[in-house]
Write a protein that binds this ligand. Structure first.
Ligand code: NAP
Length: 275
């Protein structure tokens, strides 16, 4: 039976990936951070099927211990301070987790289980100020936030461990992917939650920023399959994963209100639109 170790188990992707790996017959180990208000809502249904290991990407010893305990064939590093906005308020912490955290984990693997295959959750935010459309593996990076810059470090250290230590380490450069498990701070959930509340008569309007911002949105359940497939290849490599379609935030709002048959009354000029 193959063994997998996942960081970020309490996050959106962690939940979907753990379900997928269990379905495939893996023994699943997962890192979680202790908190005063422990939240395992996204993995409630499978909590008794996975082995939880306490630790933190900022703590070297906890990662070494986690690799020793789990003895993984595959490691999926999904843990991150994942919100771009927060990275401006907490740039040092973001770098600790999203940049140095990757080195800590790679070092733990190199020292304790160097044949383990490694997946790093890289991001389309590496492209930031886009240099060409569509972006692909050869497009130059130009991140535009502390989140993107920290993830760029994570990307390159993953490439370096592959090239220098011959470790099977891969980057998945994923565009946005959403689901009912998506964090509530992200625009898709902000919209879907507000639409549900307006439908139930619990609130009157929704305020949003740039309605013309375009995003490539995929489904998280599909994207975790891509993560798994990357680690099943004969040779390690980096891959860009996207749906190939972009839509505006405005379109998303229109579709969401259509689902509950509510006609939108737009107000404002796109900075503080109201329903
Ligand atoms: P998420 O829902 O925000 O989950 C982040 C996870 O990281 C949570 O389990 C969180 O644990 C954990 N974490 C944060 N800081 C940690 C630390 N210091 N030590 C250990 N664990 C820590 O993120 P997601 O949407 O599932 O995304 C998964 C990964 O893909 C992230 O690295 C993200 O940056 C990247 N990514 C996501 C997207 C997307 O559209 N979703 C696109 C490209 C790349 P707590 O519950 O304890 O906070």
């Amino acid at each position: 039976m193959k063994r997998a170790f996942i960081t970020g188990i309490t996050g959106q992707d962690g939940g979907y990936l753990a379900e997928l790996l269990l379905e495939k017959g893996y023994e699943v180990y997962a890192l979680y951070r202790r908190s005063s208000n422990q939240r395992f809502g996204r993995v409630e249904g499978i909590l008794n099927k996975i082995h939880l290991i306490e630790g933190d990407l900022t703590d070297d010893a906890s990662l070494i211990n986690a690799i020793e305990v789990s003895k993984p064939d595959e490691v999926y590093n999904l843990a991150a301070q994942s919100f771009v906005g927060v990275s401006w308020k907490e740039p040092i912490f973001t770098a600790e987790v999203n940049a140095l955290g990757v080195t800590r984990l790679l070092e733990s693997i190199r020292l304790k289980k160097s044949d383990a295959r490694f997946y790093q959750a890289s991001t389309s935010e590496l492209f930031g100020l886009v240099q060409e459309v569509p972006q692909k593996g050869t497009t130059p990076f130009h991140p535009r936030s502390p989140y993107g810059v920290a993830k760029l470090y994570g990307y390159w250290i993953t490439v370096n461990y592959r090239e220098s230590y011959k470790m099977f380490s891969c980057n998945g450069i994923l565009f946005n992917h959403e689901s009912p498990k998506r964090g509530i701070k992200f625009v898709t959930r902000k919209i879907s939650k507000a639409v549900a509340e307006i439908y139930r008569g619990e609130r009157e309007f929704l305020s949003l920023g740039n309605l013309d911002a375009k995003r490539d949105w995929g489904y998280a359940g599909d994207y975790v399959k891509a993560m798994w497939l990357m680690l099943q290849q004969e040779e390690p490599d980096d891959f860009v994963i996207a749906s190939g379609e972009t839509h505006t935030v405005r379109e998303f709002v229109e579709k969401a209100f259509k689902v509950v048959n509510i006609e939108i009354a737009w107000k404002g000029k796109g900075v503080n639109e109201e329903k």
